[in-house]
Ligand binder design. Structure first.
Ligand SMILES: NC(=O)c1ccc[n+]([C@@H]2O[C@H](COP(=O)([O-])OP(=O)(O)OC[C@H]3O[C@@H](n4cnc5c(N)ncnc54)[C@H](OP(=O)(O)O)[C@@H]3O)[C@@H](O)[C@H]2O)c1
Length: 322
């Protein structure tokens, strides 16, 4: 009998603690939790109803950073479903290999590769012009191209590292969206998929420029979603945790330490999770429970969260030094 009372006792205790120690808003939040939960379910249902069905077959899908890692795995998945693919990145040879894999192993019939540096506005304009001339619409824009860094801010010898990261991760995603918006409007229920990062929710040391760019993406695209909701264009924010790809070998800066990749997921697993969220039209994709926990904990107990991440995040980003 007592076992059934425990949740109620804990609940009442939480409300009392929240009321007396923190803020009355937190107590209110705790009381309203069941209603907010139901509202969340309702809002998700409404969004999914508007966003679905969205079969990937014959959809025109543009993937930036498709030459390796998550972008390459996403290209395979969409190829398997019969989408028309436009793949872009800077390394032309690697792109052509991915396009061949899409055709030979996954049965794609329409694949275009375009060499494009997303931080170069001319390249991006040409890319979007090609999509316009070829299809006059875009069903899915996947903003995946990205670079990372691994160095203390105080020790970087060239501040351009920070600028380069912003140019690729942030401006490389926002400018292409600016140019592609009319094409996205030409397709009902189109998607803008932002491959953000867990580090766009939870900052860690040695990644100042990277975390900054990923936090900025979230602000930009959450804001844009309000503006383009009326056109039924859906922004899908994806926040992957650590994924086994080339990104950490190519980190800018002095890349002082190896990451512990034991629990990292493969790029195929990551792409599968993103793909399912894209088809459903999810607002966001949080890959691991710690993503949800980080957001809750940081919002309610910012100092405690900062204390814990300060203590433990070094073990993640610099295991050999801690
Ligand atoms: N791996 C992880 O642990 C992880 C975790 C969370 C989020 N993410 C995010 O996932 C995305 C994909 O990264 P990944 O892990 O798959 O790494 P990756 O294998 O290194 O892939 C990065 C891709 O971005 C492309 N790229 C980089 N700079 C570019 C530029 N200026 N213009 C066009 N393309 C460019 C690269 O192609 P080229 O070099 O040929 O241009 C490559 O195809 C990134 O946005 C990253 O921040 C990764």
């Amino acid at each position: 009998m007592i076992i059934y009372l425990i949740p109620s006792i804990i609940g009442l205790l939480s409300i009392a603690i929240a009321f007396f120690t923190k803020t009355s808003m937190l107590a209110l939040f705790t009381i309203l939790y069941p209603f907010l939960y139901l509202l969340d379910l309702y809002a998700r249902y409404k969004r999914h109803k508007l966003a679905q069905p969205w079969p990937a077959k014959d959809k025109v899908v543009l993937i930036t950073g498709a030459s390796s890692g998550i972008g390459r795995s996403l290209a395979h998945l969409f190829a398997k479903q019969g989408s028309t693919l436009i793949l872009c990145a800077r390394r032309e040879d690697a792109l052509i290999n991915v396009a061949n894999e899409c055709r030979d192993q996954y049965g794609a019939t329409k694949v275009i590769t375009i060499k494009c540096d997303v931080s170069d506005e001319d390249d991006v304009s040409k890319l979007i012009k090609t999509v316009e001339d070829s299809f006059n619409k875009l069903d899915c824009l996947i903003l995946n191209a990205g670079v990372s860094m691994g160095e203390r801010f105080e020790s970087i010898s060239d501040y351009n590292i920070i600028k380069t990261i912003m140019d690729i991760n942030y401006f490389g995603s926002t400018y292409i969206t600016y140019k592609a918006l009319n094409l996205l409007k030409n397709s009902k229920g189109s998607r803008i998929v932002v491959v953000d990062s867990f580090l766009g929710i939870c900052p860690v040391p040695l990644r100042t420029g990277y975390c900054g760019s990923k936090f900025a993406l979230r602000g930009f695209f959450e804001s844009l979603q309000f503006e383009i909701w009326e056109h039924e264009i859906f922004v899908v924010m994806a926040y992957p945790d650590v994924v086994k790809t080339e990104i950490n070998d190519n980190r800018l800066g002095k890349t002082p330490s190896r990451l512990d990749m034991k629990s990292a997921m493969s790029s195929d697993e990551c792409a599968n999770i993103i793909y399912r969220g894209v088809v459903r039209g999810d607002k966001e994709i949080l890959f691991v429970a710690r993503g949800e926990f980080a957001r809750l904990a940081e919002g309610v107990f910012p100092d405690a969260w900062s204390y814990l991440t300060r203590k433990y995040s070094w073990k993640i980003v610099a295991p050999s030094n801690s």
